[in-house]
Design a protein around this ligand. Structure first.
Ligand SMILES: O=P(O)(O)OC[C@H]1O[C@H](O[C@H]2O[C@H](CO)[C@@H](O)[C@H](O)[C@H]2O)[C@H](O)[C@@H](O)[C@@H]1O
Length: 394
């Protein structure tokens, strides 16, 4: 199949504006039953015949790149900035009224969990590990690893990351968890409860720990294309100082965190020049990163539903799924949980953001800045689950 020559090409994705209403559901979210095991995963969105992005679109990329990662709040000393910091605090506290802290609302969450089983889904970068300049050094602390390990003893826990599944496993290193890489396009789940063993994108395998597992890769046929694009991106951006291209197996990250801002448009143009020839790939924005992904009807939200089903936890009545994440791609997961009041999304953020999440937790990197590790909020939240589970078992 020639993936390049599809004339009903999809629109290249600009960052998806969030619906202003918190109760709204992401428009691209189709019911799980119609997509999860269907071979018709490919989005088929008509776009202008030219397939070429105009300057306006290219400029909007640049705007989105500038907005993609607000600077961390600094501890500020002079009096002018004290004022600014106070304004920011007021804005944050006002925002908290809409997205209450998951820590202070912990009792409310556990009340909702009464008589239900909890399933926990965690994003990796910016959630379990602080955001750092070098993506290869986004290590999780030993303390965080220990807490995640303890939580997973009590609650089925999965990590759903934009990284390749192997890479995120390398960082986390816990065999007690389930892992989904490439924004959910590469899921390793348990064998026993899978219902679609004969699906073409489903492979029976043995994990590194020697366990029989099922691997679900809905974008498998894109692998050669992704490798090809990875080589082109490496070649075409090699003169741009600071750019880093990361191969995440079913998607590619083009990092511009370490590129001077005046060269960001060069990065955007380079990527644009390459992907305009691939109408079946799209571009999304993350934190100082452009991500090239296959246009398929699959995202972190679909991955959550898939894992719930494969774990035998898809019954809404006695399961409370909770998803903790910080990035735009996590919004798809927040949206499926909000849909039908299935569960709770928890947004990790130090700044006010529109979101489909119900609760919030502060950004761990801000905490690193002020060296208050004991307030590593995500870790504290996970610890609360361990205490709660341990005390309810007494
Ligand atoms: O879904 P996630 O687990 O949150 O992965 C999303 C992307 O995270 C990584 O990039 C981000 O974190 C880096 C390390 O802190 C940072 O340097 C970069 O600027 C961030 O965008 C990862 O490298 C990407 O491949 C993931 O897609």
């Amino acid at each position: 199949m020639d993936l390049k020559s599809n004339h009903t090409a999809p629109v290249l994705a600009d960052p998806v504006p969030l619906n202003k209403s918190r109760m709204g559901v992401h428009s691209s979210m189709l019911p799980y039953s119609s997509a999860a095991f269907s071979s018709d995963l490919f989005l088929n969105i008509p776009r202008k015949k030219t397939g070429i992005l105009d300057d306006v679109r290219a400029n909007s990329w640049l705007d989105a790149m500038k907005a993609s990662s607000p600077p961390h709040r600094k501890i500020i000393k002079d009096s002018n900035n004290d004022l600014a910091s106070t304004d920011a605090d007021v804005a944050y506290r006002t925002w908290l009224l809409h997205y209450p802290s998951a820590l202070t609302s912990f009792e409310q969450i556990t009340n909702c969990a009464k008589g239900k089983r909890i399933a926990l889904f965690l994003d990796y970068d910016g959630t379990l590990s602080p955001i750092v300049d070098n993506p290869d050094c986004a290590f999780m602390s030993d303390a965080m690893r220990a807490v995640v390990k303890k939580v997973a003893k009590h609650i089925p826990t999965a990590i759903i990351s934009g990284r390749s599944r192997d890479k995120v496993y390398e960082f986390v290193g816990l065999k007690e968890l389930y892992y989904a890489g490439s924004h959910g396009m590469d899921i390793m789940g348990p064998v026993e409860q899978f219902t679609s063993g004969d699906h073409p994108n489903n492979i029976m395998s043995t994990s590194k720990q020697g366990k029989e597992v099922n691997i679900f890769q809905p974008a498998r046929e894109f692998l050669p294309m992704i490798d090809e694009i990875f080589s082109s991106l490496m070649e075409n951006t090699k003169e741009i100082k600071g750019v880093k291209i990361e191969n995440n197996k079913f998607c590619i990250s083009v990092h511009y965190r370490n590129v001077e801002e005046k060269s960001w448009d060069t990065v955007a143009n380079c990527v644009h020049e390459i992907i305009k020839h691939y109408p079946r790939l799209r571009l999304t924005h993350g934190r100082k990163v452009l991500e090239v992904r296959p246009v398929i009807n699959w995202d972190k939200g679909k991955a959550v539903m898939f894992l719930l089903k494969s774990l035998g936890l898809s019954n809404c009545d006695d399961v409370l799924p909770i998803y903790v994440g910080d990035d735009r791609t996590d919004e798809d997961a927040f949206a499926v949980l909000r849909e039908g009041n299935r569960g709770y999304g928890i947004l990790v953020s130090a700044v006010p953001k529109e979101s489909k999440a119900f609760y919030s937790l502060r950004d761990p990197s801000e905490v690193h800045n002020i060296l208050l590790l004991k307030h590593f909020y995500v870790m504290e939240f996970l610890k609360s689950f361990v205490y709660w589970k341990q005390s309810s078992a007494l």
